[in-house]
Design a protein around this ligand. Structure first.
Ligand SMILES: [Zn+2]
Length: 131
C-alpha cells in the first residue's frame, strides 16, 4: 500500500464559547474519516467510530454521515452540485456574502435553490435569482 496517501491528525474543534473537543481525522484507503471525540456510529465500539466519511463513489464526491447513533445506515450527501463547474450562468448567480436587505444582520445564502437570510429574520427571497 502507498503510505504517502495515509494521514492521521487530531484537530481541536472549538466553539465561540471556548468549549472544545478533540477530533481525529484519518485518511486511508482513499477515504477521509472524521471522529469527533464522544461521537460514534452504531456498528463501532465506543470510542472507535468515525461518524463522518468522505469518499469518491462512482466518480462522485460523497459525504457519509452517521447522524444518529441508533441508526445503522448513513445519510449519504452527494456533493456534485458543489463542483466549481456548477456555477450558475452569469446574472443568475447569488451573491452569498451580501448583507440581508431586510434585517441587516445576516448574509444571504442558497438553500435548496432559494435565497434565504442566514441571519435574524430568516427571510426567503425566492428562487435562485439575482437580488
Ligand atoms: Zn435577514
Amino acid at each position: 500500500m502507498d503510505k504517502s496517501n495515509e494521514l492521521k491528525v487530531t484537530v481541536t474543534l472549538t466553539d465561540n464559547n471556548g468549549k472544545s473537543i478533540p477530533c481525529v481525522i484519518e485518511a486511508s484507503n482513499g477515504r477521509i474519516w472524521i471522529a469527533p471525540q464522544g461521537y460514534g456510529e452504531q456498528s463501532a465500539k465506543k470510542g472507535c467510530g468515525f461518524p463522518i466519511g468522505v469518499e469518491l463513489y462512482d466518480g462522485k464526491l460523497s459525504v457519509m454521515l452517521w447522524t444518529d447513533l441508533n441508526e445503522g445506515n448513513p445519510l449519504i450527501v452527494d456533493m456534485e452540485n458543489a463542483k466549481e463547474s456548477c456555477v450558475a450562468p452569469q446574472g443568475t448567480s447569488p451573491v452569498i456574502e451580501d448583507e440581508c436587505p431586510n434585517c441587516h444582520n445576516g448574509t444571504i445564502g442558497l438553500e435548496n435553490g432559494r435565497l434565504v437570510c442566514r441571519g435574524e429574520c430568516g427571510n426567503d427571497f425566492g428562487s435562485h435569482k439575482h437580488l
